[in-house]
Design a protein around this ligand. Structure first.
Ligand code: ADP
Ligand code: MG
Length: 684
């Protein structure tokens, strides 16, 4: 039986209470438990203790030599126990607030202590203790794994559970990697690796365990991506769109501007894919404001003249409305029927729209995830585009692919990701890059000023408002209750500045508002009924209000570079010159570096590289919300070489037509099934 199907309750020592705590950590099965890895290790190997050596944190084996004493001060207690080390140094071991240990610390007792040594006073304040004396105890005497815990779980409890689980189920740990790979890369087997990662004997053995598990993690990730690609591109017949060059010309001539070279080159990639019988599977990466929407509309027009429907999926209602408006403006005059589909529409209206989509009367459907619902049936769907792709997961992509007749799929992302990283992360996609802004854009003047200059800044903004412009003001926090020393919050700023902008409407927006309330405030800002929008970072990625020319960001050093770049990208979208003001008094070197980078360049790809360098990929772009996967052990920068190899190997396996039936790969195919990569049955 696979350990993925054995509930963690079967591990001795896990009852309802611990089960609940484990569930909060995402641990439900034995496999979940064994792949819950330590986030660091402490070297607690007992060292011969010399009181002359200048080391504060020590691990020593001692024998209790006298009666424990306890002193109370209010609710606090101090337990002092006279002990002697193996080297015959007498010490006083001290525990805080653990008076109950007195019973166990009777004279003659052997115990291993880790803690802070005070040589002058000959005291040792104990941080960890362990009564077991055997050499290979789990809790001390070597590299001790430290786990992230919650509830009543302690790292110590976790260690015990791991040991129990390994004892009970170690023999059932199955190898998932093909032997060929294990041999080729001299990896240790899975069972051995799990045992070592939870109870390493020394640094070398830990290293091998990590290397093996990181390879596994990356390889399975790449295998999933490549399998998606294979199933999508090779297993299913795609649609060959039949539009002509003249028809595309007609669309381009109707535009109020000329496409940039970068837009044209992405457009050509897309049109080529659409004409081909192979399904399109492409990512368009464009810097903020580079004009991705019009490229998407062109693709939708190409689907329309070929006799098909297309869908544009976006993360929020505001963006859906914005894109529907753009489509109305550019496509409706060419005879295209556009349908907006969002969650907040009334039943009757929705039913009518669904009917038009089903009958094929609607050619272009723009909407939020409402489009994914089962009730939405297309007549002849041939193209699906998702904007700001990073908000959508692999699973949603798969649903979409199933909706139509294996439609062409296009992803649009405004999050510049360093090219090397993009190739790795989007291993299943072809990538086009729009790395050029439309001509005539005035650069966004970017300033970094100290908080002391706030007054001047506000006067400057007032002046811009008087000229008819609008402004965004962004703060890191919502309100004071979560106050961190010296960090501004949106509610306070709103109260403080409201009266400074007499004659103008100031709006307040943050994540605590309901979705519909946020949409309403955003709508009023778009309609210029609000001139100053004070907000947290909930301002939508992708929102296009050309009349807004000021972006003021408080405590700018607290944001990541990519986020600052996204925020700045909200301005500079129209004919007027725009300004981005970063108020910050950074306390860290990294903060200073970030602000300098923001002031020095406006190129998202350059900033992305810098961000990666400054933060490492773990925090890169706030990856958690951006949909870029997080790995348990692997680090995308540090282990880039492993990822590269894993990608090559995954590609080699998936492109072998016998992969799906080879006995040596049965485990891998099983894994892909469990991960629901194989939603559609394989064609024989
Ligand atoms: P993003 O890539 O950030 O999604 P948008 O598609 O919202 O950018 O485009 C930003 C603005 O630039 C829009 O108002 C759009 O009409 C305009 N635009 C797009 N392409 C061009 C172009 N080639 N020349 C001039 N303006 C353009
Ligand atoms: Mg956009």
């Amino acid at each position: 039986m696979s350990l993925k199907t054995i509930p963690v309750y079967h591990v001795a020592g896990v009852g309802p209470a611990r089960g609940r705590d484990l569930a909060r950590l995402g641990i439900y099965t034995v496999d979940d438990l064994l792949t819950y890895f330590p986030f660091r290790y402490e070297d607690r190997s007992a060292q011969p203790l010399s009181l002359n050596v200048n080391e504060k944190h020590v691990t020593v084996r001692v024998t209790v030599t006298g009666k424990p004493g306890v002193r109370y001060r209010g609710r606090r207690s101090t337990l002092s126990v006279p002990v002697i080390t193996e080297e015959k140094y007498p010490l006083t071991a001290i525990w805080f607030n653990q008076a109950y240990l007195r019973e166990q610390l009777q004279p003659g007792r052997l115990v291993t202590l880790t803690g802070k040594l005070d040589r002058m006073r000959r005291t040792l304040v104990v941080a960890h203790h362990d009564f077991s004396t055997s050499e290979d105890s789990v809790h001390s005497g070597r590299f001790v794994p430290i786990y992230q815990v919650c509830g009543d779980l302690t790292p110590k409890v976790m260690r015990s559970l791991m040991m129990t689980a390994l004892r009970q189920y170690g023999a059932q740990v199955e190898e998932i990697l093909p032997h060929e790979l294990i041999r080729k890369f001299k990896l240790i087997n899975r069972r051995e690796a799990l045992e070592r990662i939870h109870a390493p004997k020394d640094e070398q053995s830990l290293k091998q365990a990590k290397r093996r598990l990181i390879f596994e993690e990356f390889f399975l990730f790449q295998l999933k991506l490549q399998a998606f690609r294979y199933l999508h591109v090779h297993q299913q017949p795609g649609i060959s769109h039949t539009f002509t060059d003249e028809e595309i010309e007609r669309f381009l001539r109707a535009l109020p501007f000329r496409l940039t070279d970068a837009q044209m080159s992405a457009a050509r990639d897309i049109l080529r894919d659409m004409r081909s019988a192979k399904p399109m599977n492409r990512l368009v990466q464009g810097d903020v404001g580079s004009g991705k929407t019009v490229v998407a509309l062109m693709a939708m027009y190409a689907a329309f003249v070929s006799g098909y429907q297309s869908a544009l999926l976006v993360p929020t209602e505001i963006l859906a409305e914005q894109h529907a408006r753009a489509a109305e403006k550019l496509l409706a005059p060419l005879g295209v029927q556009i349908e907006l589909l969002v969650g907040s529409q009334r039943e009757k209206e929705r039913a009518e729209r669904l009917a038009r989509i089903r009958s094929g009367e609607a050619h272009v459907v723009v909407g939020t995830h409402a489009i994914l619902e089962e009730a939405v049936q297309f007549n002849k769907l041939s193209l699906v585009i998702t904007d700001e792709q990073h908000r959508f997961g692999v699973r949603q992509r798969a649903i979409f692919r199933q909706k139509g007749h294996h439609p062409d799929v296009l992803f649009m992302s405004a999050t510049p990701i360093p090219r090397t990283l993009a190739m790795t992360l989007f291993g299943d996609l072809d990538v086009s890059v729009i790395d050029q802004l439309p001509e005539g854009r005035k650069p966004i003047e970017t300033y970094w000023v100290s908080p002391a200059k706030e007054d001047q800044v506000i006067r400057f903004i007032r002046n811009e408002l008087l000229k008819g412009r609008q402004a965004y003001i962004v703060a890191p926090l919502v309100e004071e209750s979560e106050k961190i020393e010296g960090v501004e919050n949106a509610v306070d700023i709103y109260e403080r500045l409201k009266d400074r902008f007499v004659g103008f409407e100031v709006g307040l927006m943050h994540g605590r508002l309901k979705g519909t309330e946020k949409d309403e405030i955003m709508r009023r800002f778009v309609a210029n009924q609000i001139q100053v929008l004070v907000s947290t970072t909930v301002i939508e990625v992708g929102v296009d209000v050309p009349n807004a020319t000021i972006m003021l960001i408080y405590n700018a050093d607290r944001f990541g570079l990519a986020q600052l770049h996204q925020l700045r990208g909200r301005v500079g979208r129209g004919e007027h010159a725009s300004t981005c003001i970063l108020i910050a008094d950074p306390s860290t070197e990294t903060g200073v570096e970030r602000l300098k980078a923001m002031v020095s360049t406006q190129n998202g790809f350059v900033l992305a590289e810098k961000d990666l360098e400054l933060r490492g990929p773990g925090e890169f772009f706030g990856l958690r919300q951006s949909g870029v996967p997080e790995f348990k052990l692997g680090n995308l920068v540090e282990h880039a070489h492993i990822m590269r190899v894993a990608r090559e190997e995954a590609y080699r396996y998936i492109s072998n037509p016998d992969f799906w039936t080879m006995p040596a790969c049965a485990q891998l195919v099983q894994y892909l099934k469990e991960e629901r990569v194989l939603l559609a049955p394989l064609a024989d």
